[in-house]
Design a protein around this ligand. Structure first.
Ligand SMILES: [Ca+2]
Ligand SMILES: [Ca+2]
Ligand SMILES: [Ca+2]
Length: 253
């Protein structure tokens, strides 16, 4: 069995319990120790209860019968803009530094709130993304793969394996939890961010690799040199990195 270590202690406020809130209450600022990722400026400088906002929220029984999956609060992103390519996220770089021959698994509960919050109708779901980061680069994605019913949470997991020679060794792991604003609905909630590491024997990263995806949730990292990547499936993520890489995207056949 591979040795598995719980690294959740390297995440600050992983369950969004700070600050403490009464049932139904929310902040107008990000949960403690979380940052706003908002490259298109969808969150106003001074959010109000009816503007777009990214906050800590103590959901009620009308949002989720079981309320928050862990503790009392969730991290919440509510966007009032129309569906758009722009996205907004809760972001944090962890204290965990990437080591070689290690597989990192980040899990987070994703919620589709029912009912309303402060008069805002929460019917529908705008979609989500979970991005695992090495420094400021994306190394794994869950791009809205879960089908989450109204009033329910589901758990998303993403993994990244760092091999010998990987350019990300020594960088900090991090996450962006995104409201994808892709459809009907305004709000996505997040709770209970967990991080585990397992020791693995990974094939060392070499120059000029040829890598093949499968039809599952595959992530291919080209890293060094002039690589050739073949997606071979709809849910394959391709990261070409350094060098003059050739990337062949996912096909349906
Ligand atoms: Ca919580
Ligand atoms: Ca509650
Ligand atoms: Ca909803």
């Amino acid at each position: 069995m591979a040795e598995s270590t719980n690294l959740t202690t390297s995440i600050k406020n992983p369950s969004f319990e700070a600050p403490t809130l009464n049932d139904g209450a929310f902040t107008l600022t990000p949960p403690t120790s979380w940052n706003i990722f908002d490259s298109f400026g969808f969150i106003p400088q001074n959010p109000t209860s009816t503007s777009s906002k990214l906050n800590a929220y103590n959901p009620t029984k009308s949002n989720y019968l079981g309320e928050a999956p862990n503790g009392q609060n969730v991290g919440s992103i509510n966007l009032i803009q129309n569906p758009n390519v722009a996205t907004v996220g809760l972001a944090q770089l962890f204290d965990t530094v990437i080591q070689s021959n290690t597989q990192y698994t980040l899990s987070v509960d994703i919620g589709n709130p029912a009912g309303s919050s402060n008069g805002i109708d929460l019917t529908g779901f705008p979609g989500y993304r979970v991005l695992l980061l090495a420094g400021d680069e994306i190394v794994a994605i869950d791009n809205n793969s879960l089908n989450i019913e109204e009033g329910k949470f589901a758990t998303s997991s993403v993994t990244f394996t760092a091999a010998d020679g990987e350019s990300f060794i020594g960088k900090n792991l991090g996450v962006r939890l995104i409201n994808a604003l892709t459809g009907e609905g305004k709000q996505v909630d997040f709770d209970d961010v967990r991080l585990r590491a397992s020791t693995v024997i990974a094939s060392a990263v070499k120059d000029n690799q040829t890598l093949y995806g499968s039809s599952g949730n595959t992530t291919l990292n080209g890293s060094l040199g002039n690589d050739i990547l073949f997606g071979n499936g709809l849910s394959t993520n391709l990261f070409s990195r350094d060098g003059n890489d050739q990337v062949f995207g996912a096909s349906k056949s």
